[in-house]
Structure formats: C-alpha cells, structure tokens
Design a protein. Structure first.
Ligand SMILES: N[C@@H](CCC(=O)N[C@@H](CS)C(=O)NCC(=O)O)C(=O)O
Length: 218
C-alpha cells in the first residue's frame, strides 16, 4: 500500500488545509504532501487532478480521494476513534462545535484571514466578527465541562475540535483582538504544539503574498 497523500494549499493562508494536516500529524499517520498554491491561473486545473470539487484539502488513500476537511476528519477518525472525545455527550458537543466551525463564522473568516505571517496586527472588525469571536470564546469555555482531565486541549486530549479551531488560534495571535484570559491561555498552549509550530513556520517562509488574504496593519 502506498503512503496516503494530503493535497493542500499555501500553508500561510489555507485554513481548511491546516485542519486535516494537523489531525493527521497528531494521529501519527505518515503521509506525503502536495502543495498547490492558491489563487493562480493553474490552481483549478491542478487540483482537479485529485478532486472534481476543485478545492483543497484532498486526502488520497489507496488511490481514492476524500475531499472536504470534515469528510477527511471523519474518515481518519474511523481508524483513530481517539480523535473524538470518548464520552458520548462530550463527543456530541465536539461534533456540534466542529460542524458549527465548518458551516459558520463567516464574518470572522472573511474579515480575519488566517495568515501565518501576521502577528499582532491592528485591525478594525465589524459587530458580526466580534459576535463570532464571542461565540467561539463561549464554546471553548463550555468545553471545560466535558474535559477528560488528561491534558490542556479543549476536551483534554487533542481532538478534531482542536484541529478545526486551530486556524482560529492562528487568527487570534495574528490580530490584536479583545480576548478573554482563558482564550489567550488556550491559544498560548496550542501555539506551543510542535506540529502547529512547524506548519506556521513553513507558512511564514512561503514567498507568495495574496493581497486578498492580507488584512490589518503591522
Ligand atoms: N468546505 C471545504 C472548503 C475548502 C476550501 O474552501 N478551500 C479553499 C482553500 S482554504 C480553496 O480550495 N479555495 C480555492 C478556490 O475556491 O478556488 C472544506 O472544508 O474542505
């Protein structure tokens, strides 16, 4: 059997690519990476070789493509059930907040692009983006009720919820935002994670600059 492959976009900007990449790393799965830079004339043609949806990420296992970050996460969790909290109530909460991330937070996502090269930038945000941030802070606080007592991630051990909110951690360190102490503590812990640090370092080293993803002032 060949090694699985994850097709990703720019590490600097591709928040949807970061999610499966991080959970694969935390699962100890050995995989190859194919990086297709976003926003180029060739992007669609290149990514269509792997998925008709023409978006990254795409995960290829035994020649079969799994596209969309949530489908990849659920597929990986079939052989790595520890990626979800063990307790069914905690697991349902984790699944709900992952689904909410996957389908929502549009103001946050459009006004505060994930940018691994941004650190503490000044930015003006709308009431809608502030409301998204407050909702995320509430969710993170609510996770404490389901903590398994084993670590500092949202549910204790690292889970798909941490992978799905990792781009939010990158955003929260990228822009100067009014955040609760508990939010900062979770972000500081996550930013110490060796895998997330590697991704961010690779992203920061990338030479492409996409104006549409650049927000805030240094
Ligand atoms: N729902 C998809 C979203 C994937 C997505 O929008 N990926 C972006 C990069 S972060 C992309 O491929 N953009 C290129 C395009 O839409 O042309 C997922 O969860 O994987």
């Amino acid at each position: 059997m060949s090694k699985p492959t994850l097709v990703i976009g720019n590490k600097k900007y591709s928040s949807w690519s970061l999610r499966p990449w991080l959970l694969l790393k935390h699962s100890g799965i050995d995989f190859d990476e194919i990086r297709i830079p976003l926003d180029t004339p060739e992007f669609k043609e290149q990514v269509r070789q792997y998925s008709g949806a023409a978006r990254v990420p795409v995960y290829i296992v035994d020649g079969h493509a799994i596209w969309d970050s949530l489908a990849i996460a659920e597929s990986v969790a079939e052989s790595h059930p520890e990626l979800w909290p063990e307790d069914p109530v905690a697991r349902a909460f984790a699944r709900s907040m992952v689904a909410e991330m996957h389908s929502g937070f549009t103001a946050l996502r459009s006004e505060l692009p994930m940018n691994c090269a941004a650190h503490g930038r000044q930015i003006e945000i709308s009431a809608a983006a502030l409301s998204d941030i407050q909702r995320i802070e509430t969710l993170w606080q609510q996770c404490a009720a389901y903590h398994d007592g084993q670590g500092s991630w949202l549910f204790g051990r690292f889970s798909i919820a941490d992978a799905f909110y990792a781009p939010v951690v990158v955003r929260f360190q990228g822009y100067n935002l009014p955040l609760h102490k508990a939010t900062r503590a979770y972000c500081d812990m996550a930013l110490q994670d060796a895998h997330l640090r590697n991704w961010m370092a690779d992203g920061e080293a990338e030479s492409e600059v996409l104006d549409i993803e650049e927000a805030g002032t240094v």
